[in-house]
Ligand binder design. Sequence first.
Ligand code: SF4
Ligand code: SF4
Length: 331
Amino acid sequence: MHFVKGTASLYRPILLSLIRSRSLSGLPLYVDVHPTTRCNLECRWCVNKTNKDTAASETMNDVNIPMYLTKLLEPRPNSPSYSPKRIHFCGGEPLLRRSVVLAGIRFLEGKDIAVSLVTNGTLLIQEVRLAVLGVESLQVSIDAQDRETYARLKRGDYFEQVLRNLEALANLRSKSNSSLRLVVNYVLCRDNINALHPFLTRLSNIGVDKIQFRTDLTADLETQRALLQEVIGLKYEAPLSVIIKSPDTPVTRDSFDNCLARFIWIVLGSDLSIYPCAHTVARGFQMGSLIDSNLFEVLEKNIKSPNPNCLRICPSTCGNINLLGQEILDQ
Ligand code: SF4
Ligand code: SF4
């Protein structure tokens, strides 16, 4: 088993320039595109539930998405070489709006940018499987090692269906020259940490390349730490990479003074607003809209604005970026 801890240190030069010169040159690095905030599951830990009002309008559609992706990618003043490194289609469950995802993937084909689809895998029909053969990675949230646990934690009887969908995709991939990476996401909690070995073997046999364990960010810090220690202690050899995607240190409301991640990893919501992170796609957190401004104007305006009044349940990399920002500020 290979454990690779995420590292925020590669963001140090960007954070230094953001903190010292307020420079947005080259930013954002990553963009999440959320065609919807809706989902067909109800995972126990879903951060969407903690936001009071997540029902953003669905103005983004399959006709206008190329125009807004162009707006995200266009060069900007003082940063002519600007080019985000990665676009993720996620949400909510992005495949509830399949036509938007497919139009977006088609538009980005052949462009110099890594594209990922992050989905719960329940709606991964053949048309989608064929389309994702051309993207860099598909991340499927499974979060349970068997059917019963899945139904209990996620409120849906889709465990076997999702694995069948993944297997069908892996078979398609083996008959093509696709370099698609198949990744499984797994949020750790007390109910799903047992009997992981047979599940990892099954994933490996299906053709999954990697599993990413994440912590339930809505759980208390002690539980998060204990579960991580347990999974780190697993001894298992499988031809499957295992990554721990969790905050290096669990973030609390007092952990840092400034949210700097909101300039590095942003979200384009289904209402065509820009949001600070994947966990704040809700009313009141809009940084601006691509309908009446460009991305550069939105970020420029926000560099002078106060921090989002959020619960600070940061996505793991964003939390690590913010912790590193605080460390730099304190030096
Ligand atoms: S699949 Fe994702 S968006 Fe849907 S309920 Fe679960 S965590 Fe939330
Ligand atoms: S949750 Fe974290 S990353 Fe998201 S806006 Fe709040 S402070 Fe920033």
